[in-house]
Design a protein around this ligand. Structure first.
Ligand code: COA
Length: 668
C-alpha cells in the first residue's frame, strides 16, 4: 500500500547495483553523478551514440567530484569512488544485467520509443525502465512495450545532481510496486520524490512552462527585462533569464503545443519563442524600472497563471498540495509556494486576479472550489496510517527537517485531529529521508527573537507541542530514522518511547551556536533518566554526540533497529503494546550527579562561550532542584532567553548563517 512517506513501504528490491543511463548529453550525467554519489559502489554505464558527449560526461563527473572535495562535501576516497565503476559506451548490451535503465535522450517521442523497445528486449524481466521526459505522458512513451508494468517517467530537475525534487509518474500501465520502489530508492538516496498523474508536463512543468509562456505573450506590453524584474518578487530568477540559461525556448514551444493539442488553444505557445534565441534581460539581484501600469499588468498576469495552474493541478488531482508547494520552491526556485502566495494575497485579491486573468486569457482554468479549500493541507508534515496508528513525518528536505513554529503547529494539529478518534491507537513521529529525524530548530529564525522576553516566549510557544504530548493518554513514539539534534531531540525526549535506527545519534549542538537548549533540553533528560546525568552533562556542555547504541545501553532508546523498514515495524508494534503505560517526567526535585567544572571546549575541539556554559550548568542544577516539572521547565525557558541575549549567541548564529566557524574568543 502506498504511503505519503516513501520509507514506510517495504521495498520489493534492494538499492540498485547496476544502472544504465541512455543519453549522455545535458541531464543524463547529472542524474548519474547524483546516483554515484549516493550509491558509491554502483556500476554505472552511460550510453550514447557519439563519443563527444560521452567524453564530456566523464569529465563532468571528475569536475564535480573535485569541487565536492574542495568544498569539504566529499573526502578523497569518496571522490575516487565516484569515477570508479563508471563506463561510457555506444553498446546497449551493457543493459543486460542492469537493475534499472534511465533514458535521458532528447524530447522526441519516436526516439524514446525506439530506445525502450531495444532496452526491453535486452534487460532482465525484473529490471526497471524509466524516462526522464519533462512533458511526454508515460502512456505515449510506453504504449508499445509488452512489459509496461515496469516502466514509468521519473522527471528530474536541474541541476539533477543537487536538486532534491524528482517527479514519479503514476500511470495506468505501471505496477504500483514499481512506483513504491522508485519512491523508496529516491528517498533513500536523498531525493524528495513527488508522485504525479500522467498528464502532459505532469505537475511542476505545468506551472513553469505556462509561467514562461505567459511571459512570452506579455512581450507586446512589457520588455523581457521588465517582466523578469517584476517576476523577481516571486522567484529567484525571472522566466527569460532561466530560458537563456537552459536554452529553453524550443522546449516551451514543444510542451505548450502538447498542452494546446490536448487541452485547448489557451495553452498555444507564444509565437515569439520560435524566432528568438536569447533574451535581452537582467539577472537575479538586478532590475529595471517599469511604469506602475506595466508593473500591475505583468504582476497580475504572472499571479493569474500561478493561481490558474495550481487550482487546476489540485482540482484534477494531478498532484498533492504539499508536493506542489515543495516542488515549486525547491525545483523551480519560487520564493513561496503558489498556495502560500494565494494565502498571503487574501481571497479578495485572488478573486480580482482570477477575474482579470479570465478576461485577458479566456479558456485558462479557474479555481473550481471555494479558495479556502485550497489551503486545507499540512505543508510540512505527512500523515500516514498503519494498523490504526498515525505515522507523522516531518518533511523539510531542504533543511534536514529543521523545526520552526509552523512545523510544530502542524505536528500539534495532526495529533489533535486524531487523538480523540477511538479507532486511533497512538502515534509515531519520524523524519523524512534516511539522514535526519530533525536537525533542530530552524537557525535562520533565531535572529528575530534575540530579546529576553521575546526569547522566553518563543520557547514557551514552541513548547506547546511538547506540553501537549506530556499530557496525552495515547502513546507517541519517536522513531529516529537519523540524527535528532537540538529542538528535534527535545521533541523526541518528550515522546513516550524512543526507537532508533542503528546509525542515528542524539546531540545538543546549541552551545556551539552560543545558546542553551530552549525546549526542556536541560530539564527533561534528568527527570526521565537521572542515572544518565553525566552523559547528559557532556551532551549539553560539550555538544557530545550520543549514538543510538549508547542511548540504548543507558535506557534512553528502547530499541535499536538495523534498518528503516525494521524501525517502522518496531515502532508500530510498540504503540500497540504500550497503551496505558505512558511514562511522565518526574514531578518533584531530582537528585543528580553535579556537573564537574570543565573548560569551554566542545567535543569537536571548538572553543565555546564560558558565559553560556555557566548559564547551562546553573540551569541544569536549578531545574533538577525545582519543586515541580513545570517550575523546572520555566527555569529552562529563562536560561534559554538569557543565553539568547549574549554576544556569543549573536556570533554563533551569524557564523552558522554565514557558513563559517564561530569565534567566541571576544564574546565571553
Ligand atoms: N536550521 C536551518 N537549516 C538547517 C539546520 C537548522 N537547524 N540544519 C541543517 N540545515 C540546512 C543547512 O543550512 C543546509 O542548507 P543549504 O543546503 O541551503 O546550505 C541543509 O540543511 C543541509 O545541511 P548541511 O549543513 O549542508 O549538511 P551537512 O551534512 O554538511 O551537516 C549538520 C549536517 C546537521 C551537521 C549541519 O547541518 C548542522 O550543523 N546543522 C545545525 C544543527 C544545529 O545546530 N541544530 C540545533 C539548532 S537549535
Amino acid at each position: 500500500m502506498t504511503h505519503a512517506n516513501p520509507l514506510l513501504v517495504e521495498p520489493s528490491r534492494p538499492l540498485p547495483a547496476r544502472i544504465v543511463i541512455v543519453g549522455a548529453g545535458t541531464i543524463g550525467p547529472d542524474i548519474g553523478y547524483y546516483l554515484k554519489a549516493a550509491i558509491p559502489d554502483l556500476t554505472l554505464h552511460l550510453v550514447d551514440v557519439a563519443q563527444t558527449p560521452l567524453d564530456r560526461a566523464i569529465q563532468r563527473f571528475e569536475t564535480y567530484a573535485r569541487k565536492a572535495v574542495e568544498r569539504g562535501k566529499l573526502n578523497k576516497t569518496q571522490a575516487e569512488k565516484i569515477t570508479q565503476r563508471l563506463y561510457a559506451t555506444f553498446d546497449y548490451s551493457v543493459a543486460q544485467d542492469a537493475d534499472w535503465a534511465i533514458e535521458a535522450a532528447t524530447e522526441d517521442l519516436e526516439l524514446k520509443r525506439r530506445i525502450f523497445a531495444r532496452l526491453e528486449t535486452l534487460m532482465r524481466p525484473d529490471a526497471m525502465l524509466t524516462s526522464n521526459t519533462s512533458s511526454l505522458p508515460a502512456e505515449r512513451i510506453f504504449a508499445e512495450l509488452s512489459s509496461k508494468h515496469r516502466a514509468t517517467v521519473t522527471h528530474f530537475f536541474a541541476p539533477a545532481w543537487r536538486n532534491p525534487i524528482v517527479e514519479v509518474i503514476r500511470w495506468s500501465g505501471a505496477d504500483s510496486r514499481l512506483i513504491d520502489d522508485l519512491n523508496w530508492i529516491f528517498c533513500m538516496t536523498g531525493k524528495a520524490p513527488l508522485v504525479t498523474a500522467d498528464v502532459p508536463c505532469f505537475m511542476l512543468d505545468r506551472i513553469f512552462d505556462n509561467w514562461c509562456n505567459d511571459a512570452g505573450l506579455l512581450l507586446d506590453r512589457a520588455s523581457a527585462a521588465e517582466i523578469d524584474t517584476i517576476a523577481a518578487e516571486f522567484v529567484h530568477a525571472g522566466p527569460f533569464f532561466v530560458l537563456n540559461l537552459t536554452n529553453g525556448n524550443p522546449i516551451i514551444v514543444e510542451t505548450n503545443a502538447l498542452q494546446a493539442d490536448e487541452e485547448g488553444e489557451h495553452y498555444r505557445p507564444a509565437a515569439v519563442f520560435r524566432s528568438v534565441e536569447k533574451w535581452r534581460t537582467v539577472g537575479p539581484g538586478k532590475g529595471v524600472e517599469a511604469t506602475p501600469e506595466t508593473r500591475a499588468l505583468v504582476r497580475d498576469r504572472l499571479l493569474g497563471i500561478l493561481v490558474s495552474q495550481s487550482a487546476d493541478i489540485l482540482d484534477r488531482n494531478i498532484g498533492a498540495a504539499a508536493d506542489l508547494e515543495l516542488g515549486c520552491r525547491l525545483a523551480l526556485a519560487f520564493k513561496s509556494g503558489p498556495l502560500d502566495l494565494m494565502r498571503q494575497l487574501g481571497d479578495a485579491e485572488v478573486h480580482r486576479i482570477v477575474e482579470r486573468t479570465g478576461r485577458e486569457r479566456p479558456g485558462l482554468p479557474k479555481p473550481g472550489r471555494p479558495l479556502a479549500h485550497y489551503q486545507d493541507f499540512a505543508r510540512h508534515v505527512l500523515v500516514d496510517e498503519i494498523d490504526n496508528i498515525k505515522v507523522i513525518t516531518i518533511r523539510r528536505p531542504e533543511a534536514l527537517n529543521a523545526l520552526n513554529d509552523e512545523v510544530t503547529d502542524e505536528l500539534l494539529a495532526a495529533i489533535r485531529r486524531f487523538e480523540g478518534d477511538p479507532a486511533v491507537r497512538g502515534f509515531v513521529l519520524t523524519g523524512y529521508g534516511p539522514r535526519a529525524f530533525s536537525a533542530g530548530a530552524e537557525i535562520g529564525r533565531f535572529p528575530s527573537v534575540l530579546g529576553a522576553e521575546a526569547a522566553a516566549q518563543y520557547s514557551r510557544d514552541c513548547a506547546r507541542l511538547l506540553a501537549h504530548i506530556d499530557a496525552m493518554d495515547k502513546p507517541v513514539i519517536a522513531a529516529l530514522n537519523g540524527m535528532a539534534l537540538g529542538g528535534g531531540l527535545e521533541v523526541v525526549l518528550r515522546c513516550h518511547s524512543i526507537l532508533a535506527v542503528r546509525g542515528a545519534y542524539l546531540q545538543f549542538p546549541e552551545i556551539t551556536l552560543g545558546i542553551a537548549p530552549g525546549l526542556g533540553g536541560m530539564v527533561v533528560p534528568y527527570r526521565r533518566w537521572p542515572k544518565a546525568a553525566r552523559a547528559f552533562h557532556d551532551m549539553l556542555r560539550r555538544a557530545d554526540r550520543m549514538s543510538a547504541t549508547t542511548a540504548h545501553e543507558l535506557g534512553i532508546v528502547d530499541e535499536v533497529a538495523d534498518d528503516i523498514p525494521s524501525l517502522m515495524r518496531a515502532a508500530v508494534a510498540r504503540v500497540r503494546g504500550m497503551s496505558g503505560h505512558l511514562v511522565r517526567p518526574i514531578d518533584q526535585p531530582v537528585p543528580i550527579e553535579q556537573p564537574q567544572p570543565i573548560k569551554p571546549i566542545a567535543a569537536n575541539g571548538q572553543r565555546l562561550s564560558a558565559k553560556v556554559l555557566r548559564i547551562i550548568e546553573t540551569a541544569i542544577c536549578d531545574a533538577a532542584a525545582a519543586p515541580t516539572f513545570s517550575a523546572a521547565l520555566e527555569i529552562g525557558y529563562r536560561a534559554f532567553a538569557a543565553s539568547a541575549c549574549t554576544a556569543a549567541a549573536r556570533e554563533g548564529i551569524d557564523a552558522f548563517l554565514q557558513r563559517r566557524p564561530p569565534d567566541f574568543s571576544k564574546t565571553g
